[in-house]
Design a protein around this ligand. Structure first.
Ligand code: ADP
Ligand code: MG
Length: 355
């Protein structure tokens, strides 16, 4: 089922938290809303679910505008951070709940709930109460409870946040597998960029109730359009530089920075003047200071982390800007704290964006 959100506004006590947000999610895909706490992820998800009223705009499931339908008429499955299982019902009855509400006959309930629990390895736990399960098991119950009703749309609000890192990875795999098997259109909310990059077909990075950028994970990581997105998705260095003449989208430009020059690509058109360079730590090379050319920046090593396969360096440029550099390959650990070095930013990997 395709989801199309059109100029949506959601308000709490007349304060608009989301205002004019539009978004399309292709059928069968997993779309992640990513952003820091308070940016409006839960509010948007709850508006899609029907748990908060919509002040303006449309929410289409296929051809149907559900924006003013009550939650129980939207055929959604929802998974929450705190599992939200019924504590006094067995695992079986938790999963059966939605089917019983739809007046499914007993034999079909037994069969579907049994199959669903088996699918996530919890067949033997049907008679337990939620309190007798681990966090990972509880979240699997919540996941199959959401899916067993065959919803049109699956909505998940930070479902992995209460799990420790090993369980988080396991449940993440389970979610991805079941989502693909069911071919269900899914909206996944997280503030964790790794989770978003690993799980999503597309990601929408949210900032203060707006979608700052929407794209495939590699697109968001490789070509962030703003410093906010670059900063939020993985480690990014952000440097100030100057652009001599206006540049078109896609152009490769030569930027002045402290008397030297750095090449970069412009994902968006840019006017002449101050710009920012966004570059990942793995896209900067380091050389001994005596080999410096016009395309290199002078720097001094201030910190060094040996990580086995690579070394992470922090260096300061002559203007005091601190950047991080990941060096891999032979001799990646050859520089020491205090060394004067020359750094070269890979011009095909660096982005020039508006300041
Ligand atoms: N029930 C509510 N009443 C009033 N304001 C709320 C309510 N829920 C959330 N907000 C506000 O709406 C904004 C977005 O919150 P939320 O959607 O929960 O963000 P996120 O899920 O990204 O952390 C925040 O400023 C938050 O304080
Ligand atoms: Mg939230």
């Amino acid at each position: 089922m395709r989801i199309a959100i059109d100029r949506l506004a959601v308000a709490y006590d007349d304060r608009r938290v989301i205002d004019g947000l539009s978004l399309t999610i292709d059928p069968g895909t997993i779309f992640t809303l990513l952003g820091p706490s308070g940016c409006g992820k839960t509010t948007l998800l709850r508006a899609i679910a029907g748990f908060v009223p919509v002040a303006a705009g449309r929410i289409l499931f296929g051809e149907t505008d559900v924006a003013r339908l009550p939650a129980h008429r939207r055929n959604i499955g929802m998974v929450f951070q705190d599992y939200a299982l019924f504590p006094d019902k067995t695992v079986f009855e938790n999963v059966a709940y939605g089917l019983r509400a739809r007046r499914t006959d007993d034999a079909a309930v037994r069969r579907r709930v049994g199959e669903a629990l088996d699918r996530v390895g919890l067949g033997a736990f049907a008679d337990r109460l939620p309190a007798a399960l681990s966090g990972g098991q509880r979240q699997r119950v919540a996941l199959v409870r959401a899916l067993v009703i065959q919803p049109d749309v699956l909505l998940m609000d930070e479902p992995l946040s209460n799990l420790d890192s090993k369980l988080r990875h396991q449940v993440r795999e389970t979610i991805s597998e079941l989502q693909r098997e069911a071919g269900i259109t899914t909206v996944f909310v997280t503030h964790d960029q790794d989770e978003a990059l690993a799980m999503s077909d597309r990601i929408g990075v949210m900032n203060a109730g707006r979608l700052e950028q929407v794209g495939a994970p590699a697109e968001i990581y490789r070509t962030p359009h703003t410093a906010y997105v670059a900063d939020f998705i993985g480690a990014a260095n952000i440097l100030s530089a100057d652009l001599a003449a206006p540049a078109a989208a896609g152009a490769t430009v030569r930027l002045a920075i402290g008397g030297r020059h750095v090449g970069a690509v412009c994902p968006q058109p840019l006017p002449a003047g101050p710009v920012r360079i966004v570059v990942r730590p793995e896209d900067i090379a380091m050389a001994p200071a005596d080999g410096a050319t016009d395309e290199m920046l002078s720097a001094r090593v201030v910190r060094r982390h040996y990580l086995g396969a690579k070394t992470g360096y922090a260096v300061t440029l002559t203007d005091g800007t601190r950047i991080t550099i990941d060096v891999s390959g032979p001799d990646h650990d050859r520089f020491a704290t205090g060394d004067s070095v020359a750094v070269r930013i890979d011009p095909s990997r660096a982005l020039a964006i508006a300041p």
